[in-house]
Write a protein that binds this ligand. Structure first.
Ligand SMILES: Nc1ncnc2c1ncn2[C@@H]1O[C@H](COP(=O)(O)OP(=O)(O)O)[C@@H](O)[C@H]1O
Ligand SMILES: [Mg+2]
Length: 434
């Protein structure tokens, strides 16, 4: 067992021991306080009765003083003759009463015991509680032992029981150690349905997240390297060709054009990665202002004119006038990426339908195309960084567009959904909080 777990168990047991001991002690004190008077009265009555019997026997029989004393004792009380009142704590009134030959009862608070003193002729007689062997003390001892044993047995049971109760915590403790070492494959078994069980659930969720984050990060670096390598090696290849010198003017032009395209691709890639990493580390929407959403969408369509006019694509717009408060530039990225895709994956002469409306509680937008569509496995992954479903068009993008869109929509506190069918087309649904 780990050291920490042991500590917790010891602590729990000590806490229990402390609670039991103080509860037992205080209930004992309370019961003494409650019964003190009646116990005192019982003892007193028993002793006074003995004193009276002794006095009567003394008067009516001719038993000797020693015989009287011997006969009067019983398992509870001891009777003896005293030489004076030395060693007794008598008050002035009690002394006077004794002098008047009255019977005096002395109560000793701390040991819960009492004595009766009286004169029989000139002999001072003392009736006291018997010592440790008396039934009275045995009864008291029994009470004390009962309490002591209940504390001890309770503690032993807690020590054993806590092992069971704490096993969930031990499992979590060990698993945390594993995660700290970088092993995200650990799972904690849920032992109970209580808070510790919930903790185990939360822990398992956390390791799952950590694992996927770790994979994403590894993937990301791999993807970035790959995305850079391809255009760079193509640039190098064509640059070498140009350097070799045995080219026609036309060829040189063509190769230089390819180098320029690849350079542009690299620069687009870099700026997208930059945007994404900026968005990753930013979760408050800075630089917000009020603007017309429908206007923004129209502007984006105009911006993309070179791309759609060549493909003869028609736009079907159903845009309500909607004012929106937020970061204008960021939201523009959303429309830009969605429409770029819609155009890219549409067939020539296709139609793109865009809707924008208010639901009362939120703003909804749909970008629908009638292009190539996606199969379910592609649809699952389109928001992943660098994921490109359609390899024939891979060179036209870098798979970061929808990752950016998703991140921005998340930052706005919105939602994005997609519906798509192979060869039928795709629709992206955006919902933004008003
Ligand atoms: N409108 C669409 N129709 C069909 N497939 C789409 C559409 N939009 C996105 N996709 C799929 O999602 C992938 C990821 O899109 P995106 O992140 O914009 O990257 P890219 O455009 O660079 O390929 C695309 O490669 C494509 O497979
Ligand atoms: Mg794209």
């Amino acid at each position: 067992m780990s050291r920490k777990g042991m500590n917790l168990r010891v602590k729990l047991s000590l806490l229990f021991l402390f609670i039991m001991a103080s509860a037992s002690f205080s209930s004992y004190v309370a019961s003494v306080l409650i019964t003190n008077r009646s116990v005192q009265r019982d003892i007193r009555e028993g002793q006074v009765q003995i004193a009276e019997v002794m006095q009567q026997l003394h008067q009516k029989t001719d038993l000797s003083m020693d015989e009287l004393i011997r006969l009067s004792g019983n398992p509870y009380h001891r009777v003896r003759k005293r030489n004076g009142t030395g060693g007794l704590k008598l008050t002035e009134r009690q002394k006077q009463a004794l002098d008047r030959k009255e019977t005096v009862f002395l109560w000793e608070d701390y040991i819960l015991s009492g004595k009766t003193l009286f004169y029989l002729e000139d002999n001072l007689i003392e009736i006291s509680m018997r010592g440790h062997s008396s039934i009275y003390f045995r009864t008291e001892l029994r009470k004390g032992l009962t309490l002591l044993f209940s504390v001890l047995i309770g503690t032993i049971m807690i020590i054993m029981g806590s092992k069971h109760a704490l096993r969930g915590i031990h499992a979590l403790h060990d698993a945390t150690g594993e995660v700290a070492k970088g092993n995200f494959d650990v799972k904690v078994k849920k032992c109970s349905d209580d808070e510790i069980g919930e903790l185990a659930d939360g822990f398992n969720k956390m390791t799952l997240e950590l694992k996927s984050m770790e994979m994403l990060q590894k993937d990301f670096i791999g993807n970035v390297s790959h995305e850079f390598k391809t255009p760079i090696s193509s640039i190098r290849g064509f640059a070498e060709l140009i350097q070799s010198g045995e080219l026609t003017d036309g060829e040189r032009q063509e190769y230089a054009g390819i180098i320029r395209e690849e350079t542009e691709r690299l620069s687009r890639l870099t700026s997208n990665i930059l945007k994404l990493s900026k968005l990753e580390n930013q979760d408050i929407l800075s630089e917000s202002n009020l603007f017309a959403l429908d206007e923004q969408i129209r502007r984006v369509i105009l911006l993309l004119e070179p791309e759609w006019s060549g493909k003869n694509i028609r736009f079907d717009l159903h845009l309500n006038d909607i004012m929106f408060y937020g970061n204008e530039e960021m939201l523009q990225q959303v429309w830009l990426n969605l429409m770029e895709n819609a155009i890219k994956f549409s067939h020539p002469g296709g139609r793109i339908i865009i809707r924008l409306y208010h639901t009362g509680t939120s703003i909804k937008a749909t970008v629908r195309d009638e292009g190539i569509g996606m199969d379910p496995s592609t649809r699952e992954r389109i928001f992943d960084k660098f994921y490109q479903g359609d390899t024939t068009r891979a060179s036209e993008g870098n798979g970061l567009g929808l990752a950016l869109v998703k991140r921005i929509v998340d930052l706005f506190g919105g939602n994005i959904d997609v519906e798509s069918q192979r060869r039928k087309g795709s629709a992206f649904f955006i919902e933004l909080p008003d």
